[in-house]
Design a protein around this ligand. Structure first.
Ligand SMILES: NC(=O)c1ccc[n+]([C@@H]2O[C@H](COP(=O)([O-])OP(=O)(O)OC[C@H]3O[C@@H](n4cnc5c(N)ncnc54)[C@H](O)[C@@H]3O)[C@@H](O)[C@H]2O)c1
Length: 271
């Protein structure tokens, strides 16, 4: 098992990519902390993991609130004594064209997607620094690299995540902490519920495999980055700080590249 004995917090793990990541980490032996603002779905995910023989607890948290995040992190340390992996996955969408986007919607998206990542990483970093080890993985998006119609707030937040990832890779790397961002393409989750079918069809056409990816595709990328496999080769921080979506990278697998080489292709897309 690739994460045996590790303690992992996954934010926004009540559904979608976060849920799949929590389940994947638990299957690989991690003690998982399912952290979400919605207690009902978070509790259910933790129960599913435990029923399948894994180890999980639910922690109620609102990533936009500093106190809520600090309390959650203190609780985890009190219960498990350490934090090995943090996946900053919680995220929201409030799309509208520039001229129609309200301050309230803009601030809401920035607060959850960007400030939430800042809150959690700031709370967890001192613990990892003291341990001399840790992995921090941040959910960005391909739209941070290309832009996307109607997504001023979302693209700003996901671009900010790439920037913060590069800063933290520099600040925390020397302390034994790996920091990476994953930039998924369009993934089939509830987040896409509001996206019109014709836009989804267009996105499918743009990917080499002509399909949207699944939450497991991204969970597998997080698993790789969280595991020791990702630390055996040590390319410079900027080559690993942002990974391109599997939806674009997967065709390369067919030509026999190993995952690390597939990820390295991503560096061409780092802004
Ligand atoms: N689905 C996609 O196509 C896609 C593409 C690129 C990036 N992403 C990113 O991946 C991440 C997960 O996406 P998803 O599609 O699984 O989303 P989702 O909407 O299915 O799940 C998001 C989870 O975050 C939780 N959450 C929201 N606000 C929160 C808060 N304030 N505090 C704590 N938890 C909160 C929700 O309750 C939910 O469980 C997001 O950051 C998203 O931006 C998704």
């Amino acid at each position: 098992m690739r994460l045996e004995g590790r303690v992992a917090i996954v934010t926004g793990a009540g559904q979608g990519i976060g849920r799949q990541t929590a389940m994947t980490f638990a299957r690989e032996g991690a003690q998982v902390v399912v952290a979400d603002i919605i207690s009902e779905s978070g509790t259910k995910v933790a129960a599913e993991i435990n029923a399948a023989g894994g180890k999980a607890v639910f922690t109620s948290v609102d990533v936009t609130k500093e106190e809520s995040v600090n309390d959650a992190v203190k609780q985890v340390v009190a219960q498990f004594g350490r934090i090995d992996i943090l996946v900053n996955n919680a995220g929201v969408l409030r799309d509208a064209r520039l001229v129609k986007m309200s301050d309230a919607d803009f601030d809401f998206v920035i607060n959850v997607n960007m400030k939430g990542v800042f809150h959690f990483t700031r709370a967890v970093a001192p613990i990892m620094i003291e341990q001399g080890s840790g992995v921090i993985l941040n959910a960005s998006s391909v739209v941070a690299l290309y832009g996307n119609f109607g997504q001023s707030s979302y693209v700003a937040s996901k671009s900010g995540i790439i920037g913060m990832t590069k800063v933290w890779a520099r600040e925390l790397g020397p302390k034994g902490i790996r920091v990476n961002a994953v930039a998924p393409g369009f993934i089939q989750t509830a987040m896409l519920a509001a996206v019109p079918e014709k836009v989804l069809a267009m996105m499918r056409q743009k990917t080499p495999l002509r399909r949207l990816d699944s939450p497991q595709d991204i969970a597998s990328a997080y698993l790789f980055l969280a595991s020791d496999e990702a630390s055996t080769s040590r390319p410079k921080w900027h080559k690993r700080s942002c990974l391109q979506s599997f939806s674009l990278m997967r065709p390369l697998e067919r030509f026999g590249h190993r995952p690390i080489e597939i990820f390295h292709e991503g560096q061409h897309f780092v802004p």
